[in-house]
Write a protein that binds this ligand. Structure first.
Ligand code: FES
Ligand code: FES
Length: 151
């Protein structure tokens, strides 16, 4: 599979989860594991352009796939607008959920370039923030939507 433009090839046990391939074999530890129940969204990545929870897939299911993780979102040294939004609006507290939130938010903005607050909250229901910092996360996404609209 290709992760952030780099090709990775490993023989793995069929039971290995994609999130463990990403963290342990590719060494990309920005993708977090926050639960054992596929509920928290901390492990969200983009698989062939779609945001998915990487703990819900086996690594072998991603054979040949193109993956983007939080480490691959910035381009040419420039933060993605959603990363900048989290920075500007203090969208993170402990930061544990942040990589998954940002990957989900990036997909959200592709689908809803001008999202309402209700749409943002609804679209992020699969991502849990234990710090209950949702208010600033919403503001961060609104910031990114405005910034992307001006491009
Ligand atoms: S670690 Fe994947 S949803 Fe929690
Ligand atoms: S910032 Fe702490 S879990 Fe979300």
């Amino acid at each position: 599979m290709t992760i952030n433009g780099v090709s990775y090839s490993h023989e793995v046990e069929p039971r290995m989860l994609l999130v463990h391939f990403i963290r342990e074999l590719a060494g990309l530890t920005g993708t977090h594991v926050g639960c054992d129940t596929s509920q928290c969204g901390a492990c969200t990545i983009h698989l062939n352009g779609a945001a998915v929870k990487s703990c819900t897939l086996l690594a072998v299911q991603a054979d040949g796939a193109t993956i983007t993780t939080i480490e691959g979102l910035a381009r040419d040294g420039q933060l993605h607008p959603i990363q900048e939004g989290f920075w500007e609006k203090h969208g993170l507290q402990c930061g544990f959920c942040t990589p998954g939130m940002i990957m989900s938010a990036a997909q959200l903005l592709q689908r809803y370039p001008n999202p309402s607050e209700a749409e943002i909250r609804h679209q992020l229901e699969g991502n849990l923030c234990r710090c209950t910092g949702y208010h600033n996360i919403v503001k961060a996404i609104q910031y990114a939507a405005e910034k992307m609209a001006k491009r």
